[in-house]
Design a binder for this molecule. Structure first.
Ligand code: PMP
Length: 421
């Protein structure tokens, strides 16, 4: 496999873009492949290599790349213009559909990214409660805004320390952290900061270090303890929304938060973010309330029109039932491969999310960190060589899409078997 053109382009890209990329995780060492095009389950680089794609743009492409019905929706909207700066019927229609699917959402606002969605959701929760602090889960990722960019601390009560240069400690001192799957730690932090905790924001399934799944009644207990203490529970379903089920993890697990953030899938590959929740909270947003939030591209007609088409396809084609069954089958086969090879790795996942952890099945961030990161990177390259593109990190979730054919899956399983040996 030649990557000569990518290697050359990387040299130039590095002089123009930090690390040669537009987002850090793309900077595969020693250099990434640069993409020429993608269609269905396949992504093709500028050297002409083609890979079966399980990264799928880190989640949005649940229908694969360049799905014909999404493409038609985008083109139809482009014919009518694609940015107006005025309200549209499209956004009212999409809002109505989303609110009909997510019982936690009475009202919502469209934004352009998941980052904006969680940043604004936290502002709304703080504005609504009049409190300053929020709690996040260690290893949970909610986008690259200051208050959420906090290193996973070791103790449950560790006050937030910025994870990035350029973020004053003052901006993160209200960010508290607890380990996932630990209801005692959460109860304890809420107890100790009782008067000043506005919200708990969490991925119900940790997708950014995982998938790491909630154990037993954890999510139900989280709901109970937040409700008892008037802490706004925000489920960040930017990954799990429209993935585990139409109604995301909250439908799958039957736990309803006060607020929800969405993104990725609902834009069909175009930029989008959504934050929504109880009417009394979302009414706090300007211009109806005093919590300011705004955006030139918010409710972008092309993204919203594509979102409506995504919902049509997901509903009409019974995508979640089919894809979840494929996920179960795929993980089952992977487990057999790992067992046959006598490896002490763990196959984790749910629905169409999966991953082999090079170590024991983790329950939280610190356990994930014990997995063999370097070993995984070597495996990633062997898979790439076999024509399979996995996300290039032990910490990213792999995704299945409706575009993966039986043949793709058989080829992929054969590649796993050969490369895990
Ligand atoms: N929340 C979660 C759970 C995410 O996975 C991500 C992105 N991976 C974000 C928020 C941020 O979304 P975006 O990259 O669209 O800003």
């Amino acid at each position: 496999m030649s990557l000569d053109k990518s290697r050359e382009l990387y040299k130039k890209a590095r002089t123009l873009l930090p690390g040669g990329v537009s987002s850090p995780v793309r900077a595969i060492k020693p250099y990434p492949f640069y993409t020429e095009s993608a269609s269905g389950s396949k992504i093709k680089d500028i050297d002409g290599n083609e890979y079966i794609d399980y990264c799928l743009a880190y989640g949005p492409n649940i229908l694969g790349h360049a799905h014909p019905r999404l493409k038609a929706a985008i083109i139809a909207q482009l014919e009518k213009g694609w940015l107006y700066g005025t309200p549209t019927e499209l956004e009212v229609r999409l809002a109505e559909r989303i609110a009909g699917i997510y019982p936690s959402i009475d009202m919502l606002r469209f934004v352009s990214t998941g980052t904006e969605a969680t940043m604004s959701a936290l502002r709304a929760a703080r504005g609504f409660t009049g409190r300053n602090k929020f709690i996040k889960i260690e290893g949970g990722f909610h986008g690259a805004h200051d208050a959420a960019l906090v290193q996973a601390g070791s103790g449950a009560t560790t006050l937030g320390k910025p994870d990035s240069l350029g973020v004053p400690a003052d901006f993160t001192k209200h960010t508290l952290q607890v380990p996932f799957n630990d209801i005692e730690a959460l109860t304890d932090v809420i107890e100790r900061n009782k008067e000043d905790v506005a919200a708990l924001i969490m991925e119900p399934v940790l997708g950014n270090i995982g998938p790491v799944l909630p154990e037993g009644d954890y999510l139900r207990d989280v709901r109970e303890v937040t409700e008892e203490n008037d802490v706004v529970l925000i489920f960040d379903e930017v990954i799990t929304g429209f993935r585990l089920a139409m109604g995301g993890a909250q439908e799958y697990y039957g736990v309803t938060p006060d607020m929800t953030t969405l993104g990725k899938i609902i834009g069909g590959g175009l930029p989008i973010g959504v934050f929504g929740g109880k009417r009394e909270i979302i009414e706090m947003i300007a211009p109806s309330g005093g919590v300011y939030q705004a955006g030139t591209f918010s409710g972008s007609p092309a993204s919203v029109a594509t979102g409506l088409a995504v919902l049509d396809v997901l509903e009409e084609e019974d995508v979640h039932r089919r894809l979840n069954a494929t996920g179960d089958m795929f993980r089952g086969r992977l487990m057999e491969i790992v067992a046959d090879l006598g490896l002490d790795y763990s196959v984790c996942g749910i629905s169409s999310m999966f991953k082999i952890f090079f170590g024991d099945r983790p329950l939280n961030y610190s356990e994930v960190l014990r997995c063999d990161k370097e070993g995984y990177l070597g495996f990633f390259f062997r898979m790439l060589d076999s024509g399979v593109f996995l996300p290039p990190s032990q910490f990213e979730t792999n995704f299945l899409s409706t575009a993966h054919s039986e043949e793709d899956i058989e080829r992929t399983l054969a590649a796993y078997e050969a490369n895990l040996k």
